[in-house]
Design a protein around this ligand. Structure first.
Ligand code: PLP
Length: 434
């Protein structure tokens, strides 16, 4: 090329959660049955969508207006519905103008980081959901800046680490909180959130709270949405329907802006996000029409409660099955539907293997894990996949120095779920002993 046309942050855009599926597909083509425990799509994993939700959506398909563009920020009646729900909690007060729809939160996340000034950094958790860390790093053209989530303290944020990082890095302008968390399944208590907000206030940062799992909290835990606690700190809450309904294929999520108008720089930044949406025209119309009808439906609370109960049960099963294994750090998940399993430091080595029956597959895996600088947990994950068919995601791809993997709680059949976790447990023991 005449000039280098590659963006400075291009190398930061990786999504191992889906990349590994390519390998799984190659294995499946060779006749190895594959269990996909890598991606957070309950519907793809066989969770049935209730008939009443299907009826709401199918009725909407009969209306011509469902096929039209909607306003840039989204349908007014849906934004009013969502603003009223937030206002009804008594915390941050917003209007429909503070609610902006996107084509899924993935789209919102790209815009939130993509429209930041290059030098302005957002500190996020480590490990972190990689769409955030990749988006932030790509905008800056540098590695993400992180605060530590502590595997020895229920994966809660290390608040000293957070405070010191913010104090000594003046480029940090925002703080990301993911609560409940992906990839750890942690749910932060109110005191932790209050301390994080205090740090943001003290150092004049804005907050990004990814709350897509806010209503999937179980095991008797309680937490608060950021709107309850944010006070006067400028903040963006990211919410969506992919996980909660669940309807990930709708590609529909929204942001709520708290304390717009309190800071002129924050206002200009939010305006740039809306302007960028305007250039793009608008987001998907039909799911926005469905939101008030589904979230306001008399069957919705019981539907959500059933889902919470199911994840609670499977979270406890997973914990019972993996916790006794020596050399691993696991916490019971209290929200969302992922579990992070970390190997104790120094346990993994580049010589460990698992038996792989098919010689061609073995050669393929050896080639893949033989690439220079392959993280040791990626090596484990590939051997696990080729040896047992269980597909998980290496923890190293969630921007952390910890080595382990993320596995979902989504397999709906309980016996099968237990079998998958038993298989993973046995494979971990065999791998470490090899
Ligand atoms: C924490 C978090 N935020 C955002 C998203 C993206 O969701 P969406 O389907 O709305 O793009 C996910 C998806 O897994 C997620 O886990």
């Amino acid at each position: 090329m005449r000039n280098n046309i590659v963006h400075i942050g291009a190398g930061e855009l990786t999504y191992e959660i889906r990349a590994i599926v390519k390998i799984a597909e190659q294995l499946a083509a060779r006749g190895i049955p594959v269990q996909l425990e890598n991606i957070g799509d309950p519907v793809a994993k066989g969770e049935p969508v209730p008939a009443w939700i299907k009826r709401v959506v199918s009725d909407l398909t009969l209306q011509d207006c469902s096929y039209a563009y909607c306003p840039t920020k989204g349908l007014l009646e849906t934004r009013e519905f969502l603003a009223a729900r937030t206002n009804g909690r008594g915390g941050a007060q917003i209007t429909a103008e503070d609610v902006v729809f996107f084509n899924g939160l993935g789209d919102a996340i790209q815009k939130v980081y993509g429209l930041l000034r290059r030098e302005a950094r957002v500190i996020g958790p480590s490990p972190t959901y990689s769409t955030h860390s990749s988006g932030e790093a790509a905008h800056a053209g540098q590695s993400p800046i992180c605060y530590r989530l502590d595997p020895d303290n229920q994966w809660y944020p290390d608040l000293d680490d957070l405070r010191l990082s913010v104090k000594y890095n003046p480029a940090i302008s925002g703080m990301l909180i993911i609560n409940p968390d992906n990839p750890t399944g942690a749910v932060y208590p109110e005191e932790v959130l209050r301390e994080m907000i205090d740090i943001a206030r003290e150092y004049d940062l804005f907050l990004i709270a990814d709350e897509i799992y806010q209503n999937l909290v179980y095991n008797g835990q309680t937490t608060r949405p950021i709107s309850d606690l944010v006070g006067d700190v400028p903040a963006i809450s990211l919410k969506g329907i992919s996980k909660e309904l669940p309807w990930p294929g709708a590609r529909c999520g929204w942001m709520e802006v708290y304390n717009a108008g309190r800071d002129p720089v924050f206002d200009l930044y939010i305006k740039s996000i809306v302007d960028s949406k305007m250039v793009e025209v608008c987001s998907t119309t039909l799911p926005q029409k469905a939101i008030p009808l589904i979230l306001g439906h008399p069957e919705y609370p019981a539907h959500l409660e059933r889902r919470r109960k199911r994840y609670e049960r499977f979270s406890n099963l997973a914990y019972q099955l993996l916790r006794p294994l020596p050399g691993v750090r696991v916490n019971r998940t209290n929200g969302a539907f992922y579990m992070s399993v970390a190997f104790a430091d120094g346990l993994l080595s580049p010589h460990q293997t698992l038996p792989i029956d098919d010689p061609e597959v073995r050669v393929m895996v050896e080639g893949l894990v033989g690439a220079p600088n392959t993280p040791l947990d990626k090596r484990f994950v590939y051997y696990l996949l080729a040896s047992t068919g269980v597909c998980v995601v290496p923890l190293s791809s969630f921007h952390t120095a910890l080595r382990g993997f993320r596995i979902t709680l989504l397999e709906p059949d309980e016996d099968h779920f237990v079998e998958i976790y038993r298989t993973v447990g046995r494979a971990m023991e065999d791998y470490l002993a090899s």
